[in-house]
Design a binder for this molecule. Structure first.
Ligand SMILES: Nc1ncnc2c1ncn2[C@@H]1O[C@H](COP(=O)(O)OP(=O)(O)OP(=O)(O)O)[C@@H](O)[C@H]1O
Ligand SMILES: O=c1ccn([C@@H]2O[C@H](COP(=O)(O)O)[C@@H](O)[C@H]2O)c(=O)[nH]1
Length: 236
Protein backbone atom coordinates (compact mmCIF):
# COMPACT_ATOMS: atom_id res chain seq x y z
CA UNK A 1 0.00 0.00 0.00
CA UNK A 2 1.43 3.44 -0.90
CA UNK A 3 1.80 5.86 2.01
CA UNK A 4 0.48 8.67 -0.23
CA UNK A 5 -2.54 8.83 -2.52
CA UNK A 6 -1.15 11.73 -4.60
CA UNK A 7 2.43 12.93 -4.91
CA UNK A 8 4.23 15.81 -6.57
CA UNK A 9 7.55 14.48 -7.81
CA UNK A 10 10.28 17.03 -8.58
CA UNK A 11 12.78 15.42 -10.93
CA UNK A 12 16.23 16.91 -11.22
CA UNK A 13 16.90 18.32 -14.67
CA UNK A 14 20.62 18.09 -14.12
CA UNK A 15 20.38 14.38 -13.32
CA UNK A 16 18.93 13.77 -16.82
CA UNK A 17 22.43 14.29 -18.24
CA UNK A 18 23.57 10.99 -16.73
CA UNK A 19 27.27 10.77 -17.51
CA UNK A 20 26.98 13.16 -20.44
CA UNK A 21 28.15 16.77 -20.27
CA UNK A 22 24.83 18.27 -21.43
CA UNK A 23 21.28 17.39 -22.43
CA UNK A 24 19.26 14.22 -21.98
CA UNK A 25 20.88 10.83 -21.58
CA UNK A 26 18.61 8.17 -23.06
CA UNK A 27 19.35 5.38 -20.58
CA UNK A 28 18.93 7.78 -17.66
CA UNK A 29 15.53 9.10 -18.71
CA UNK A 30 14.27 5.56 -19.37
CA UNK A 31 15.43 4.45 -15.92
CA UNK A 32 13.72 7.44 -14.27
CA UNK A 33 10.48 6.74 -16.15
CA UNK A 34 10.51 3.08 -15.12
CA UNK A 35 10.84 4.14 -11.48
CA UNK A 36 7.82 6.43 -11.91
CA UNK A 37 5.90 3.57 -13.56
CA UNK A 38 6.52 1.40 -10.49
CA UNK A 39 4.82 3.88 -8.18
CA UNK A 40 1.87 4.43 -10.51
CA UNK A 41 1.41 0.65 -10.44
CA UNK A 42 1.07 0.90 -6.65
CA UNK A 43 -2.02 3.07 -7.25
CA UNK A 44 -0.35 6.39 -6.46
CA UNK A 45 -1.41 9.46 -8.47
CA UNK A 46 1.71 11.14 -9.80
CA UNK A 47 2.33 14.70 -10.93
CA UNK A 48 5.83 15.66 -12.03
CA UNK A 49 7.76 18.93 -12.18
CA UNK A 50 11.03 18.66 -14.08
CA UNK A 51 13.99 21.01 -13.75
CA UNK A 52 16.09 22.43 -16.56
CA UNK A 53 19.64 22.45 -15.19
CA UNK A 54 20.84 19.95 -17.83
CA UNK A 55 20.15 22.59 -20.51
CA UNK A 56 20.04 26.11 -19.09
CA UNK A 57 19.80 28.00 -15.80
CA UNK A 58 18.84 31.67 -15.79
CA UNK A 59 21.32 32.47 -13.08
CA UNK A 60 24.16 31.35 -15.37
CA UNK A 61 22.88 33.53 -18.22
CA UNK A 62 22.52 36.45 -15.79
CA UNK A 63 26.07 35.96 -14.53
CA UNK A 64 27.25 36.01 -18.16
CA UNK A 65 25.76 39.45 -18.70
CA UNK A 66 22.33 38.54 -20.10
CA UNK A 67 19.19 40.22 -18.91
CA UNK A 68 18.20 37.92 -16.03
CA UNK A 69 14.49 37.74 -16.86
CA UNK A 70 15.26 36.82 -20.49
CA UNK A 71 17.68 34.15 -19.27
CA UNK A 72 15.01 32.80 -16.94
CA UNK A 73 12.53 32.50 -19.82
CA UNK A 74 15.17 30.46 -21.62
CA UNK A 75 15.45 28.29 -18.51
CA UNK A 76 11.68 27.80 -18.47
CA UNK A 77 11.80 26.73 -22.11
CA UNK A 78 14.51 24.22 -21.17
CA UNK A 79 12.07 22.66 -18.71
CA UNK A 80 9.48 22.40 -21.50
CA UNK A 81 11.98 20.43 -23.59
CA UNK A 82 12.68 18.10 -20.68
CA UNK A 83 8.96 17.69 -20.02
CA UNK A 84 8.30 16.76 -23.66
CA UNK A 85 11.13 14.22 -23.57
CA UNK A 86 9.81 12.79 -20.32
CA UNK A 87 6.24 12.55 -21.62
CA UNK A 88 7.41 10.87 -24.80
CA UNK A 89 9.55 8.37 -22.88
CA UNK A 90 6.52 7.59 -20.70
CA UNK A 91 4.49 6.96 -23.85
CA UNK A 92 7.17 4.58 -25.15
CA UNK A 93 7.10 2.77 -21.81
CA UNK A 94 3.33 2.24 -22.07
CA UNK A 95 2.25 4.99 -19.66
CA UNK A 96 -0.28 7.76 -20.29
CA UNK A 97 1.13 11.19 -19.55
CA UNK A 98 -0.03 14.74 -20.20
CA UNK A 99 2.33 17.72 -20.36
CA UNK A 100 0.90 21.07 -19.24
CA UNK A 101 2.88 24.28 -19.53
CA UNK A 102 2.87 27.41 -17.38
CA UNK A 103 4.07 29.39 -20.40
CA UNK A 104 1.93 29.50 -23.55
CA UNK A 105 3.33 27.46 -26.46
CA UNK A 106 -0.03 26.29 -27.69
CA UNK A 107 1.10 24.47 -30.82
CA UNK A 108 3.47 22.34 -28.78
CA UNK A 109 1.93 21.67 -25.39
CA UNK A 110 -1.39 22.30 -23.66
CA UNK A 111 -1.59 25.12 -21.12
CA UNK A 112 -1.74 24.49 -17.41
CA UNK A 113 -5.38 24.55 -16.32
CA UNK A 114 -5.80 23.33 -12.74
CA UNK A 115 -9.18 21.52 -13.09
CA UNK A 116 -7.91 19.73 -16.17
CA UNK A 117 -4.77 18.63 -14.30
CA UNK A 118 -6.94 17.33 -11.45
CA UNK A 119 -9.11 15.44 -13.96
CA UNK A 120 -6.06 13.78 -15.53
CA UNK A 121 -4.76 12.72 -12.12
CA UNK A 122 -8.13 11.23 -11.18
CA UNK A 123 -8.05 9.31 -14.48
CA UNK A 124 -4.70 7.81 -13.48
CA UNK A 125 -2.66 9.79 -16.00
CA UNK A 126 0.73 11.17 -15.07
CA UNK A 127 0.71 14.98 -15.32
CA UNK A 128 3.99 16.70 -16.16
CA UNK A 129 4.10 20.38 -15.28
CA UNK A 130 6.42 22.25 -17.65
CA UNK A 131 7.64 25.84 -17.65
CA UNK A 132 8.14 26.13 -13.90
CA UNK A 133 5.86 28.73 -12.32
CA UNK A 134 5.77 30.70 -15.59
CA UNK A 135 7.60 33.60 -13.91
CA UNK A 136 11.25 34.63 -13.95
CA UNK A 137 13.26 34.78 -10.71
CA UNK A 138 11.74 31.50 -9.53
CA UNK A 139 12.91 27.89 -9.77
CA UNK A 140 11.30 24.56 -10.51
CA UNK A 141 11.57 23.72 -6.80
CA UNK A 142 9.15 26.57 -6.15
CA UNK A 143 7.00 25.32 -9.04
CA UNK A 144 6.93 21.90 -7.34
CA UNK A 145 5.81 23.47 -4.05
CA UNK A 146 3.19 25.58 -5.84
CA UNK A 147 1.72 22.82 -7.99
CA UNK A 148 1.96 20.37 -5.10
CA UNK A 149 -0.21 22.69 -3.00
CA UNK A 150 -2.61 23.36 -5.90
CA UNK A 151 -3.29 19.70 -6.63
CA UNK A 152 -3.58 18.71 -2.99
CA UNK A 153 -0.53 16.43 -3.03
CA UNK A 154 0.27 14.88 0.34
CA UNK A 155 4.00 15.29 -0.17
CA UNK A 156 6.57 16.89 -2.47
CA UNK A 157 9.27 14.38 -3.38
CA UNK A 158 12.51 15.97 -4.50
CA UNK A 159 14.49 13.37 -6.45
CA UNK A 160 17.93 14.88 -6.78
CA UNK A 161 21.67 14.20 -6.97
CA UNK A 162 22.19 13.82 -3.21
CA UNK A 163 20.56 11.30 -0.88
CA UNK A 164 19.01 13.80 1.52
CA UNK A 165 19.38 17.12 3.29
CA UNK A 166 22.80 17.71 4.87
CA UNK A 167 24.08 20.19 7.43
CA UNK A 168 25.94 21.83 4.51
CA UNK A 169 26.29 21.13 0.79
CA UNK A 170 27.89 17.64 0.79
CA UNK A 171 29.49 18.34 -2.60
CA UNK A 172 31.48 21.19 -1.02
CA UNK A 173 31.84 20.10 2.62
CA UNK A 174 32.87 16.45 3.14
CA UNK A 175 32.24 16.76 6.89
CA UNK A 176 28.53 17.53 6.35
CA UNK A 177 26.14 15.02 7.90
CA UNK A 178 22.70 13.97 6.70
CA UNK A 179 19.50 14.70 8.60
CA UNK A 180 16.93 11.91 8.93
CA UNK A 181 14.42 14.73 9.29
CA UNK A 182 14.61 18.49 9.66
CA UNK A 183 12.01 21.20 10.26
CA UNK A 184 11.26 23.89 7.69
CA UNK A 185 12.26 26.53 10.25
CA UNK A 186 15.70 24.95 10.72
CA UNK A 187 16.23 24.43 6.98
CA UNK A 188 15.42 28.09 6.33
CA UNK A 189 17.37 29.44 9.33
CA UNK A 190 20.47 27.43 8.34
CA UNK A 191 20.04 28.45 4.69
CA UNK A 192 20.25 24.83 3.52
CA UNK A 193 20.33 25.21 -0.24
CA UNK A 194 19.11 21.83 -1.35
CA UNK A 195 15.88 23.68 -2.19
CA UNK A 196 15.46 27.42 -2.48
CA UNK A 197 14.00 29.34 0.45
CA UNK A 198 10.84 30.29 -1.46
CA UNK A 199 9.99 26.61 -1.95
CA UNK A 200 10.68 25.81 1.70
CA UNK A 201 8.54 28.75 2.87
CA UNK A 202 5.59 27.88 0.62
CA UNK A 203 5.57 24.25 1.75
CA UNK A 204 5.90 25.32 5.39
CA UNK A 205 2.93 27.69 5.07
CA UNK A 206 0.83 25.03 3.35
CA UNK A 207 1.98 22.30 5.79
CA UNK A 208 3.13 20.28 2.81
CA UNK A 209 6.04 17.97 3.75
CA UNK A 210 9.02 17.48 1.45
CA UNK A 211 11.08 14.32 1.08
CA UNK A 212 14.56 14.69 -0.43
CA UNK A 213 16.20 11.55 -1.80
CA UNK A 214 18.63 10.37 -4.47
CA UNK A 215 17.44 9.95 -8.02
CA UNK A 216 20.49 7.72 -8.65
CA UNK A 217 19.62 5.15 -5.99
CA UNK A 218 17.67 2.33 -7.60
CA UNK A 219 14.26 1.74 -6.01
CA UNK A 220 14.50 4.82 -3.76
CA UNK A 221 11.34 6.43 -5.17
CA UNK A 222 9.31 3.28 -4.55
CA UNK A 223 10.65 2.98 -0.99
CA UNK A 224 9.73 6.62 -0.30
CA UNK A 225 6.22 6.09 -1.67
CA UNK A 226 5.83 2.97 0.47
CA UNK A 227 6.73 5.07 3.52
CA UNK A 228 10.04 3.29 4.11
CA UNK A 229 13.14 4.89 5.61
CA UNK A 230 14.78 6.73 2.70
CA UNK A 231 16.20 10.24 2.32
CA UNK A 232 15.32 13.21 4.53
CA UNK A 233 11.87 14.41 5.55
CA UNK A 234 11.41 18.20 5.82
CA UNK A 235 8.43 18.88 8.06
CA UNK A 236 6.52 21.65 9.87
N1 LIG B 1 22.39 21.32 2.78
C1 LIG B 1 22.37 20.64 1.63
N2 LIG B 1 21.99 19.33 1.62
C2 LIG B 1 21.94 18.63 0.46
N3 LIG B 1 22.28 19.16 -0.74
C3 LIG B 1 22.65 20.46 -0.79
C4 LIG B 1 22.71 21.25 0.39
N4 LIG B 1 23.10 22.51 0.04
C5 LIG B 1 23.26 22.51 -1.28
N5 LIG B 1 23.00 21.28 -1.80
C6 LIG B 1 23.09 20.96 -3.23
O1 LIG B 1 21.78 21.05 -3.78
C7 LIG B 1 21.78 20.25 -4.97
C8 LIG B 1 20.37 19.88 -5.36
O2 LIG B 1 19.64 21.00 -5.75
P1 LIG B 1 19.57 21.62 -7.22
O3 LIG B 1 18.31 22.42 -7.24
O4 LIG B 1 20.84 22.28 -7.57
O5 LIG B 1 19.55 20.40 -8.17
P2 LIG B 1 18.38 19.65 -8.87
O6 LIG B 1 17.07 20.09 -8.34
O7 LIG B 1 18.74 18.25 -8.68
O8 LIG B 1 18.60 20.09 -10.39
P3 LIG B 1 17.67 20.94 -11.38
O9 LIG B 1 17.64 22.35 -10.87
O10 LIG B 1 18.35 20.81 -12.67
O11 LIG B 1 16.33 20.31 -11.37
C9 LIG B 1 22.60 19.04 -4.57
O12 LIG B 1 23.23 18.48 -5.70
C10 LIG B 1 23.59 19.54 -3.54
O13 LIG B 1 24.90 19.62 -4.03
O1 LIG C 1 9.38 29.20 -12.17
C1 LIG C 1 10.48 29.16 -12.77
C2 LIG C 1 11.18 27.98 -12.97
C3 LIG C 1 12.37 27.99 -13.65
N1 LIG C 1 12.87 29.16 -14.13
C4 LIG C 1 14.11 29.17 -14.94
O2 LIG C 1 14.38 27.89 -15.45
C5 LIG C 1 15.69 27.43 -15.03
C6 LIG C 1 15.68 25.95 -14.86
O3 LIG C 1 14.99 25.59 -13.65
P1 LIG C 1 15.76 24.90 -12.42
O4 LIG C 1 14.82 24.96 -11.28
O5 LIG C 1 17.02 25.68 -12.16
O6 LIG C 1 16.05 23.52 -12.86
C7 LIG C 1 15.96 28.24 -13.77
O7 LIG C 1 17.34 28.34 -13.53
C8 LIG C 1 15.32 29.56 -14.13
O8 LIG C 1 16.20 30.28 -14.99
C9 LIG C 1 12.19 30.35 -13.91
O9 LIG C 1 12.63 31.42 -14.32
N2 LIG C 1 10.98 30.31 -13.24
Amino acid sequence: MPAYKRILLKLSGEALMGDDAYGINRATIVRMVREVAEVTQLGCEVAVVIGGGNIFRGVAGGAGGMDRATADYMGMMATVMNALALGDTMRQEGMTARVMSAIAIDQVVEPYVRPKALQYLEEGKVVIFAGGTGNPFFTTDTAAALRGAEIGAQVVLKATKVDGVYTADPKKDPTATRYASVSFDEAIARNLQVLDATAFALCRDQKLPIKVFSIFKEGALKRVVLGEDEGTLVHV
